[in-house]
Design a protein around this ligand. Structure first.
Ligand code: GDP
Ligand code: MG
Length: 437
């Protein structure tokens, strides 16, 4: 039907040439703003957009649906890479394996200790011991017991002992003689980094030499999270990061900042208060989240759409001046054809897959047309009106088609040119805009 045809025509007109400094500048500005909105540190966001720019410049966009979508892909790849490669689990090589939790008060250490115990017990078939080393608040010890009871995981605590190093050591002894596979040591935190807390956790760390030291951080703390992570990493040289409270409307920009500053993998995320709200960290999913929630995709597309409009305008001009020839046509066909291979790629982007499901691309649909155009001389391509009976016969022979097929293409091209000219009028402008949406 007509709207399908118009749709297709618009795709043909869309996307051209290479990504250049000019058409990428606005896009990068939006990306940077979105990253800052997502609480990514300013310098990191700036470095990031510079890297994206380097990657994007000069990239051929002939193979893409729209430059905007190529940009989104470059941004997403770069984000994924920035947040670390493959997801890595915890080191469970010890007998027992000792895991130490560190982080500020309220970051979610106790909750995550329970989640990890539950995860290792139910998914990895491990016998887990939870250890309460937060000796300053009786309520904290009680909190861990409640969690343990709920999960049917044993909790080790010592009433009246206010030496967390001793408690941790005793707990490991207890675990060894009772066949526990994993010991998770939950520690005290304070509302801000201070020397007393750092010394205490460093002492525990030194005494029990854990197989895995995790730094737990509330993803909603935004930029502060970076300073905290750095302070803990300087003292403990921890093995990995746990990002909690990602169930809120936080955008997870902390993940990028922390990874950039301490260069340690983010291993787990917490996505709720319940004990099963734990997930392995996947950089790609996080990139989706940052892109999706920050609405970066729509921002990128909006910025890039202006560029597309300019390209469309150039072609409009050609049409108006009767300069739109078979060479331009061939070029457009090439782009439509390339949509096929782009389908999978673009389908990976959040929200794109659905939109593209209905676009069908037949590889052979253009074969004859291309052959016919390629058998034309440059003059014939730019000025099709000179193609007479003799030329038609030559073109048919050269392209392995017949005169009837050549005639058909010439007729189609003529109709298309007329239609395009019609769309140049005052109403045409609106029509072009309509097709863009
Ligand atoms: P700790 O002081 O580091 O031990 O922190 P807690 O484990 O006591 O957690 C502090 C608060 O954050 C508690 O109310 C938890 O229920 C909540 N919490 C922890 N992790 C998450 C999470 O992933 N999502 C949400 N929504 N709340 C969490
Ligand atoms: Mg706690």
């Amino acid at each position: 039907n007509l709207s399908d045809k118009l749709d297709k025509a618009f795709h043909i007109l869309k996307g051209h040439g290479k990504i250049t400094e000019v058409n990428v500048a606005d896009t990068l500005k939006e990306v940077r703003r979105a990253l800052l909105d997502a609480d990514v540190n300013f310098k990191i966001a700036k470095d990031f957009t510079n890297r994206v720019k380097e990657k994007a410049l000069g990239q051929d966009v002939l193979t893409t649906l729209q430059p905007g979508q190529l940009m989104v892909k470059i941004v997403k790849d770069e984000l994924t890479q920035l947040m670390g490669g493959e997801a890595s689990g915890v080191n469970l090589s010890g007998t027992p394996s000792v895991i130490l939790m560190s982080g500020l008060q309220g970051s979610g250490k106790t909750t995550f200790s329970g989640k990890l115990a539950n995860f290792l017990q139910t998914k990895k078939n491990k016998k887990v011991l939870l250890v309460a080393c937060d000796v300053y608040r009786p309520a904290a010890i009680n909190q861990l017991h409640v969690v343990g009871d709920q999960l049917k995981v044993e909790v080790y605590s010592e009433e009246g002992n206010n030496n967390p190093v001793q408690i941790a050591e005793n707990a490991i002894k207890h675990a060894k003689s009772n066949g526990f596979n994993v010991v998770i040591v939950d520690t005290a935190g304070r509302l801000a980094v201070d020397e007393a807390m750092m010394t205490e956790i460093a002492n525990i760390h030194k005494a029990i030499t854990p197989h895995e030291t995790l730094f737990v951080v509330d993803s909603m703390t935004g930029q502060d999270a970076v300073n905290t992570a750095k302070a803990f990493n300087d003292r403990l040289n921890f093995d990995g990061v746990v990002l909690t409270k990602l169930d809120g409307d936080t955008r997870g920009g902390a993940a990028i900042s922390i990874k950039s500053v301490v260069n340690k993998p983010i291993k787990f995320i917490g996505t709720g208060e319940k004990m099963d709200a734990i997930d392995v960290f996947y950089p790609e999913r996080m990139a989706d989240r940052i892109l999706g929630m920050g609405d970066v995709i729509s921002l990128v597309e909006r910025a890039q759409a202006q560029y597309d409009e300019e390209e469309a305008r150039k072609i409009q001009k050609k049409i108006a001046k009767n300069e739109f020839g078979f060479d331009d046509f061939l070029n457009q066909i090439q782009q439509v054809k390339n949509m096929g291979s782009m389908k999978d790629l673009v389908g990976m982007l959040p929200g794109m897959g659905k939109a593209l499901k209905d676009v069908e691309i037949e590889d052979d649909a253009f074969k004859h047309i291309e052959a016919i155009i390629q058998s034309m001389t440059p003059k014939e391509r730019s000025t099709p009106s000179i193609i007479d009976v003799k030329r038609k016969a030559r073109i048919a022979k050269g392209s392995g088609t017949d005169v009837q097929q050549v005639n058909q293409l010439l007729k189609q091209f003529d109709q298309m040119s007329k239609m395009m000219k019609m769309m140049q009028g005052a109403k045409g402008k609106n029509l072009m805009r309509m097709m863009g949406q």
